[in-house]
Every structure is written in structure tokens, then in C-alpha cells.
Design a protein around this ligand. Structure first.
Ligand code: HEC
Ligand code: HEC
Length: 310
């Protein structure tokens, strides 16, 4: 928490400094009249382009990346066939904490068009204060150089288009290194004994303890866990030794496994030195994981293919 607001405070200072400097420079565009807060009213009912947690190659320490906040991006409309957003488009990015509460400033892009910010293809950049009840900063590429200097990377092929990063994002895991340090994560459950859904699976019959770990302890947003999330289930014997295969779910997102909300299923060998199966609903373990986990989508059993809720 502290780290996040600290980082944004520093960014705020840098940007505020440049705005103050340019206040007496008449060549810097001023924003159109009207309140940006009014323009974004009701943005949470717009289309959700993405909900992501964890590191991003473009983000470094910006935008609340290192603290487990979920970054949710909403857009009032989508881009045209060339990836250009029509005049009038507004995109809002918000941060949510582990309990799903919106925290910190909103960052906003508004497509003004016509003569506004030609260097930035007509976008106005804006940011609210920490409590989101006033606009702290706004302006064109020059006034909001910090935003523009990073977002220009979205214009490179493959990264996005029209200053907007690519959505939906895909998070891929190369190998087991992505989840072998799970013991340093948040333990969200410690189960033992029979379970109505388990039958003979997952070590029940061997009287093993079943621990569930999450790389980020966050709640599902809009019925889905964010891209970048990893959940590991570990088995332990009565002496506390970690035993047998790890079963793992990685929220890969993007266009992966649309039938399974973007989850990739994994299972390691019993000695945990190789991945013996991974894939989508039908390929991982020949569909056995998804077949049982689909029960988590019904009633109050769980949410988004996941039984355990933090
Ligand atoms: C260090 C790089 C960086 C800086 C600085 C930055 N952003 Fe972003 N921004 C991103 C990335 C990366 C995303 C993609 C979503 C994500 O993963 O968080 C993003 C997403 C957004 C979005 C959603 C649209 C999109 O491109 O995905 C808005 C709106 C936004 N930023 C506004 C701003 C504003 C306004 C500022 C300046 C106050 C700013 N950003 C500064 C990297 C940056
Ligand atoms: C017969 C049903 C069943 C099958 C098959 C099954 N699981 Fe599970 N799984 C569960 C239940 C029930 C839980 C809840 C935790 C507990 O008490 O064991 C769970 C928990 C998990 C968790 C922790 C997140 C959560 O949903 O609670 C992961 C990760 C997981 N399973 C992965 C897998 C993978 C990967 C496969 C296939 C290799 C698989 N599971 C096969 C029933 C099943």
C-alpha cells in the first residue's frame, strides 16, 4: 500500500512540476471545458477490456504494479479496424485491492480529436487525486509527458495501438519456476478429510492435508480472477512434509481457453521436477481437471472454476 502511494506521489510530483512549468507557456494546449469527472460518470458499466495483476514489462513500478492490486481497464467504446479509437472514446484504469475495493487515483485517456494534442493523436491524459473526487492533472503529451513517454511504447507493433496497450493481455508461464516458490505466497486454505467434490482425487484417500496458495490474494472481479494470477494446490503428509504432485491453475487470459475463462491447468510429476500435463479445458489431463472444477461454477460452490475463495 505504502509503496504504491509513494510511487504515485513521486510521479505526481514530476508531472505536477512540468505542468506548473508549462502554465506560463502558451503553446501548451489547455483542456476543453467541462469536467472530466462528469465525463467518466458511470464508467464501471462500460466494457471491461482487462483485469490484470502482477508485473508488466512496460510498467516497472508505475500504476500500482508491485503491490498485488488488480488493474482494471474500462472503455466507453472499442477501436476501429485499424486500431484507432474514435473521437469521444474514454478509457479509465482503476486499481482494486485484495478485497475488491477501488483504491488510489484513476488514470484516464479521453479522445478529444480535432486539434487537441496532434502529437498524441487527439488523446487527453488525466489523473484524479487519490480519493478520486477531483482531477489532479490533465493535458496533452507535453503537459503529461510522463504518461505519453511510457504510453508511446503502445504504438510499436504488437504492443497495442493508438497509445493504448494491447487488451486482453496474455500471461504465459514458461516452466515450473513460475510457481515453485509458492510457499512464500499467501496460503488461503488448509483442508483435510473428505470433500463432496473430491471423491478419490487430490490425495483425499491418502489422508493428506490440502494447502491452497495464491501468488496474489485477490477476489474475483466481475466473476473472474485477474490475468496473471496463479493458484497452487499442495499436498502435505501428517508430518508436515510436502508430498506428491502440485496441481496448478494459471490465469493466462488473452484469447487462451475461452471456455475456461482463460485458465491454464498444470500438474507436476510426483517429484515436482517436470510438468506432466498442461493446457486448456480439454487438453490438460484429457479434460479431467476442468471436468471436475466446472462444479465450482455452480451455486455457491466457488467462482470462476476455483473452489477455494480467499
Ligand atoms: C511506466 C509506464 C506507464 C506510465 C508512466 C503510465 N502508464 Fe498508463 N498504462 C501502462 C500500461 C502498461 C498499461 C496497460 C494496463 C496495465 O497492465 O496496467 C496502462 C494503461 C493505462 C490506461 C488504460 C488504457 C491502456 O493503455 O491500456 C490508461 C487510461 C492509462 N494507462 C493512463 C495513464 C495516464 C493518464 C498516465 C499518466 C498520469 C499513465 N497512464 C502513465 C503504462 C504506463
Ligand atoms: C474430482 C474433482 C477434482 C479433480 C479431478 C481436480 N480437482 Fe482440483 N480441486 C478439487 C477440489 C474440491 C478443490 C478444493 C480444495 C480441496 O479441498 O482440495 C480443488 C482445488 C484445486 C486447486 C486450488 C484452487 C481451488 O479450486 O480451490 C487447484 C489449483 C487445482 N485444484 C488444480 C487442479 C488441476 C490442475 C487438476 C487436474 C490435473 C485438478 N485440480 C483436478 C477438485 C478436483
Amino acid at each position: 500500500m505504502k509503496r504504491f502511494f509513494g510511487a504515485f506521489f513521486v510521479i505526481g510530483l514530476i508531472v505536477a512540476g512540468s505542468v506548473a512549468f508549462q502554465a506560463c507557456d502558451s503553446s501548451s494546449s489547455t483542456a476543453p471545458t467541462g469536467s472530466i469527472l462528469d465525463e467518466i460518470t458511470g464508467y464501471q458499466s462500460w466494457a471491461v477490456l482487462d483485469a490484470v495483476v502482477g508485473p508488466d514489462p512496460f510498467l516497472a513500478a508505475a500504476h500500482g504494479v508491485n503491490n498485488g492490486f488488480v488493474r482494471v481497464v474500462y472503455a466507453s467504446q472499442g477501436p476501429d479496424a485499424n486500431g484507432t479509437y474514435p473521437e469521444g472514446t474514454i478509457i479509465v484504469k482503476e486499481l482494486r485491492d485484495a478485497d475488491g475495493n477501488v483504491v488510489g487515483p484513476l488514470t484516464i485517456m479521453l479522445k478529444r480529436g480535432s486539434d487537441f494534442n496532434p502529437a498524441g493523436n487527439g488523446w487527453e491524459w488525466a489523473m484524479t487525486n487519490d480519493t478520486r473526487d477531483s482531477i489532479a492533472l490533465h493535458g496533452d503529451n507535453q503537459a503529461m509527458a510522463l504518461c505519453a513517454n511510457c504510453h508511446t511504447q503502445a504504438n510499436a507493433a504488437g504492443n497495442g495501438s493508438d497509445w493504448v496497450f494491447k487488451h486482453p493481455k496474455e500471461y504465459t508461464v514458461d516452466d515450473m519456476a513460475a510457481f515453485l516458490d509458492f510457499a512464500n505466497w499467501e496460503k488461503v486454505a488448509e483442508n483435510f478429510g473428505p470433500d463432496p467434490f473430491l471423491g478419490q482425487a487430490h490425495g483425499v484417500k491418502d489422508s493428506l492435508y490440502r494447502f491452497v496458495w495464491m501468488n496474489y490474494r485477490v477476489k474475483a472481479f466481475d466473476g473472474k480472477y485477474p490475468t496473471g494470477m496463479i493458484i497452487v494446490k499442495e499436498l502435505k503428509d501428517r508430518n508436515g512434509n510436502s508430498v506428491g504432485p502440485l496441481t496448478v491453475m494459471v490465469k493466462r487470459g488473452g484469447n487462451f481457453n475461452p471456455d475456461g475463462n482463460g485458465w491454464e491447468w498444470f500438474m507436476t510429476s510426483p517429484t515436482r521436477d517436470t510438468i506432466i500435463t498442461r493446457g486448456d479445458n480439454s487438453t490438460a489431463a484429457n479434460g479431467i481437471c476442468a471436468g471436475c472444477h466446472s462444479q465450482a461454477n455452480t451455486g455457491d460452490n466457488g467462482v470462476d472454476w476455483v473452489f477455494t475463495r480467499p
